[in-house]
Design a protein around this ligand. Structure first.
Ligand code: EPU
Length: 426
């Protein structure tokens, strides 16, 4: 497996263009299951998670062409409404086929995703919502089997209140509701921009979704066979954008991040400014400049529009270099501070107390061989490496390839000294 080698100490300069949002593309690809005909997605990032979703859709019987940044999905001649463990274990977001499959075909068999490196990540809220819509849910040998009313019938609109706002849970139920009879009301929904984006798609397809991006949504479903295919360009990836912003700041650079949806990144930009980073924008371009010392900041992750858990690791890496103590609390996932021990190996001074990391900024980080257990943790190690003295080797690059398109190329474009080392990982 590959590693990424980073020689730190070069301030990032120039421009970097942001790709389409992974977490918007995944549910939208799954939404293609709701209609027949050919849907076309544009601005799709070239990522391993997209390839996994394409493989899953093909397994389900769809005809999928991936020619990044375009993907087309058409109905094939057969349907096998089953997501096997082999694919689900590679990517938890595979659970997003559950809602559309049972709504469109009356039945779905989807492997339970199990736990993952960042926490237990249950799907009880997805299942509770589907049950409220008339689904019979059985758990059998690691699989969820969902069946429409009366052995495969059309789902019924329902009122569903989420106990916790869940992004993929909200998306699964939105897709199910898009083909349910009558009206569905979803309360305490996730308000992430990716949820709002899925609402746009379902409206394009012919469902009536009102309130996507707010905490209460009303959805009027269409009949099976009534939803139309769509053509859509995916929104920019706010987490990729935030990651490059943190990287530029960590390196003491001055560079422009192009193609950013500013409204989606308010929390990150506010925190960067508090940390002493100059953040200015013009249209969809954001200039990040950091000359002086970094100030410590406190961060508590929260559902959107709060500070995104997917940016916690990257900001924590940045705070390792601030002048003073930062307190960073992770509230969404119970095990998402796995980057801290790796950052410690690079000279960071952090202690973990429960779900909080207390970071004492140091003057310098040092290059080391490090590895991370998840995507965003890996990004935080790259950021630390860019600011560190000498050479850092970030192993298990396959995590990065799940969610950052051409990361080393983009960093090289900003003047970083990075390279992919083939077969270096142990
Ligand atoms: N939760 C439940 N029950 C459920 C569902 C969720 O208790 O049925 C809990 C989770 O355990 C967690 C919280 O609710 O504590 C929020 O989890 P959520 O369901 O919102 O997470 P997700 O939908 O599985 C998406 C993103 C993640 C991102 C989270 C939080 C996609 C494909 N994934 O996951 O992205 O961290 O929302 O914003 O959209 C990443 O891109 O690196 C990533 C992990």
């Amino acid at each position: 497996m590959d590693a990424i080698r980073v020689r730190g100490g070069k301030p990032l300069r120039g421009k970097v263009r942001i790709s389409g949002a992974k977490n918007a593309a995944l549910p939208i690809l799954c939404a293609t299951l709701l209609s027949d005909g050919e849907s076309r997605l544009r601005n799709v990032p070239k990522l391993r998670d997209i390839d996994t979703t394409a493989a899953l859709l093909r397994f389900l019987g769809r005809d999928v062409q991936v020619d990044a940044p375009e993907v087309t999905v058409a109905a094939g001649s057969t349907v096998k409404p089953e997501a096997p463990y082999e694919l689900v274990k590679q990517m938890r977001a595979s659970v997003l086929v559950l809602g559309p499959l049972v709504a469109r075909f009356g039945r779905a068999k989807v492997s339970l995703p199990g736990g993952c490196a960042i926490g237990a990540r249950p799907i009880d809220q997805h299942l509770k919502g589907l049950q409220a819509m008339g689904c019979k849910i059985t758990l059998e040998r690691g699989y969820v089997i969902a069946e429409g009313p009366g052995g495969g019938g059309r789902l019924r609109g329902a009122e569903v209140m989420f106990d916790v706002p869940t992004v993929t849970g909200t998306e699964n139920l939105m897709m199910a509701a898009a083909l349910a009879s009558g009206r569905t009301t979803l309360v305490n929904c996730a308000r992430e921009p990716e949820v709002e984006e899925l609402g746009r798609i379902l409206n394009k397809m012919g469902a009536v979704v009102d309130g996507a991006g707010t905490d209460v949504m009303h959805i009027k479903g269409a009949d099976r066979g009534e939803l139309a295919p769509f053509d859509h360009a995916i929104i920019p990836d706010r987490i990729e954008a935030g990651t490059y912003m943190a990287a530029i700041a960590a390196s003491g650079g001055d560079a422009i991040v192009e193609g950013v949806e500013l409204d989606d990144l308010e929390a990150v930009m506010v925190k960067l400014r508090q940390a002493g980073v100059e953040v200015t924008s013009e249209g969809q371009n954001v200039r990040i400049r950091r000359e002086g010392p970094l100030r410590p900041i406190n961060i508590t992750t929260a559902p959107h529009p709060g500070f995104p858990t997917d940016m916690q690791a990257q900001m924590l890496a940045l705070m390792c270099l601030a002048k003073g103590e930062s307190v960073i609390t992770e509230t969404i996932f119970e095990n998402r501070l796995m980057h801290v021990p790796e950052l410690q190996r690079m000279g960071a001074s952090c202690v973990i107390r429960g779900n909080t990391a207390v970071v004492q900024g140091v003057d310098k980080l040092y290059g080391a061989s490090v590895m991370a257990t998840d995507l965003r943790a890996s990004a935080s190690l790259i950021i630390a490496g860019l600011a560190a003295d000498e050479e850092t080797e970030v192993r298990r690059v396959y995590h990065l390839d799940r969610g950052y398109e051409r990361i080393e190329e983009k960093l090289i474009g900003l003047g970083a000294d990075v390279a992919r080392v083939k077969g270096a990982d142990a």
